[in-house]
Design a protein around this ligand. Structure first.
Ligand code: ZN
Ligand code: ZN
Length: 603
């Protein structure tokens, strides 16, 4: 069920509804503050906003009033009427609106659209009128306000935003709203936001002692605490198991390299702004690596290769460092240091499809383990007109690899959509989107086909005919980075990680200190059998210890007292609240070992 050429958001009903709702909101705000200056109001993911320069800060009560007024405006079924105007006419209409005048100037000179975004050609200037409101706008809109569902609309919040995102410009007030087709969709969205707040990986990461940030270490550089390091170890173990089985070879590479390497790879100068600045030693500049690729290419090229050993798959959990603006850092999702589930596969053209299938197969296995039911691959392809400019000039390879990728995804029954003219310079690109259990979308990783880099690094192998042949390269990272993956998993599981991933798997809780020794012995016995178990021998009361274990979302609590000591049993309380008293110790150990061995979803 491939979703070829899915409708773009910009062409959807929701986009029109949200953009129209932004106009209605602006009308209501202008009625409330006739002296208001208004700027831009585009639709965004899940909603819309509009930025205003207002005489005073908005209050929650204001938002309520604006929302109420919006419903009245909607009920008027006012038509959205488009009109093309000259720049001079536009200036007349918006003569009291300095921000609009600035935008008109941008439109007139060309190069910018009405939102101030760069534009290739000089646009026509159009305005849209509905009821009393006029906006500089190229649409699209619904036909009339009645097509906005008043019960599927909500104003969310107000926040500050600089005009054109520049801190030297005036601070504006941005009102965020959301609009849907039905009230049910709105409710689901609000539920999802609330759930996401509870499941925020930054909040859970702190409560569960997974990771932390430290000012002196630096922004965007997470410190993994012991519990986080356990999760990382388990993910790497999983990756190694699967990659070993799929015939990958593991390599290790340094964190930095000479400038020459990154010039050769093309990272400098094209990717320089995403790299940490260079350091100089012995008259040579060194850079911290933003990607592992060039090092792996060097390993492939370190000796002659024969067709007999192809494909070569080089894997590494590689540490990379990238510069992200401090304002864009976000928990584990946007960081400056990352550990990537990286690999590069070098193969002959006739091996490509199968290699690509192998990557898809890995995805399936991981999605199954993590209970990810909804996912989508976005295949970005080339366009002829960009060959030799935006894209490597090799039409034959573009067409061939794109077709092979399509076939691999069709055969693998992978849902995908195709985005024309969005490929990387060096080959088609596959972005993987996954949805957490509460329906939030995450970009997991990007897979790329690369036919530019192998010739660039003179990579070759001797084919069956004894001739030198250039391989294709696939970049892939199905488990993404530890940072992004664990951020996702914390939300996905709401912190209640499955047993195999849980930093603490078993907490043994003695009823009184007379049972401390038995508890400690049990914990140590389990540890020697590959289970992460601790006995809580603190001075707290039993109930406090149970609460503590619950806070850390420990999958299994074992309460032990006189009876358990005498019988060699445990009283089991699972994280989900279910209980089993008088369970023989060996039975319990077998249960946990089984859950771990199968990376089971169940407790
Ligand atoms: Zn508009
Ligand atoms: Zn790569």
């Amino acid at each position: 069920m491939a979703e070829h050429m899915k409708e773009r958001y910009e062409d959807s009903d929701l986009y029109r509804i949200r953009h129209s709702a932004a106009h209605v909101m602006a009308e209501a705000v202008l009625e409330m503050f006739p002296e208001a200056k208004y700027t831009i109001g585009p639709p965004i993911e899940n909603g819309f906003y509009y930025d205003f320069d207002l005489p005073r800060p908005l209050t929650p009560e204001d938002l309520e009033k604006i929302e109420k007024r919006m419903r009245q405006i909607i009920a008027g079924h006012h038509k959205f009427e488009r009109q093309v105007v000259s720049a001079a006419e536009a200036r007349g209409i918006f003569k009291d609106q300095p921000y609009k005048l600035e935008l008109i100037e941008g439109l007139e000179q060309g190069g910018f659209d009405e939102y101030g975004n760069p534009l290739d050609e000089k646009p026509e200037i159009s305005i849209y009128k509905s009821d009393t409101f006029v906006d500089l706008c190229r649409g699209p809109h619904v036909e009339h306000t009645g097509q906005i569902n008043p019960s599927a609309l909500k104003l969310m919040q107000v926040s500050g935003a600089y005009w054109r995102g520049d801190e030297n410009n005036p601070m504006l007030q941005r009102i965020y709203g959301t609009a849907w087709k039905t009230s049910k969709e709105l409710e689901e969205y609000l539920w999802q936001i609330e759930e996401a707040r509870k499941r925020d990986h930054r909040k859970l990461g702190k409560e569960l002692e997974i990771f932390t940030f430290d000012d002196e270490v630096g922004p965007g550089l997470p410190l993994w605490l012991p519990r986080g390091a356990v999760i990382i170890d388990e993910l790497e173990k999983l990756a190694k198991e699967k990659e070993d089985a799929a015939g990958y070879l593991r390599v290790r590479t340094p964190h930095l390299a000479k400038q020459d390497l990154f010039i050769h790879s093309g990272h400098l100068p094209y990717y320089a702004e995403s790299m940490f600045p260079p350091m100089e030693m012995e008259g040579t500049k060194y850079y911290i690596k933003p990607m592992n690729c060039p090092m792996h290419h060097k390993i492939f090229g370190s000796r002659p290769r024969s067709y007999r050993e192809m494909p070569v798959r080089l894997a590494e959990y590689g540490d990379c460092y990238r510069y992200e603006k401090s304002g864009e850092l976000f928990g584990l999702m946007r960081v400056r240091s990352m550990q990537m589930n990286d690999a590069h596969m070098y193969c002959a053209e006739d091996q490509f499809e199968q290699e690509f299938m192998g990557v898809i197969d890995l995805y399936h296995q991981y999605f199954d383990i993590f209970g990810i039911d909804k996912y989508l691959m976005r295949l970005s392809t080339h366009h002829r007109s960009g060959l030799g400019k935006k894209y490597v000039d090799n039409e034959r390879l573009w067409l061939k690899t794109e077709e092979m990728v399509r076939r691999a995804m069709d055969n693998g029954e992978v849902p995908y959509e195709e985005i024309p003219d969005e490929a990387a310079f060096y080959g088609p690109k596959i972005d993987v989107q996954i949805w957490s259990v509460i329906g939030r979308e995450f970009t997991l990783a990007t897979n790329q086909v690369d036919f530019a880099v192998p010739p660039r690094f003179n990579l070759s192998f001797i084919n069956r005919e004894g001739l030198e042949e250039t391989p294709l390269c696939i970049h892939r990272a199905p488990l993404s980075t530890h940072e992004r993956m664990i951020g996702f998993l914390l939300e996905h599981y709401a912190g209640s990680l499955p047993v195999w991933l849980s930093p603490d798997q078993v907490r043994v809780i003695p009823i009184t200190d007379a049972h401390d020794d038995y508890a400690a012995r049990l914990a140590s016995q389990m540890r020697s059998q590959g289970i992460r178990a601790e006995a809580d021998l603190s001075n707290d009361r039993m109930n406090a210890k149970i609460r503590q274990a619950q806070l850390f979302k420990v999958p299994y609590m074992l309460v032990v007292g006189d009876r358990e000591m005498a019988d060699g049993t445990v009283s089991l309380r699972k994280r989900d609240g279910s209980r089993a008293d008088g369970m023989p110790v060996d039975d319990f150990i077998r249960l946990v070992q089984d859950r771990i061995a199968h990376r089971s979803k169940e407790l």
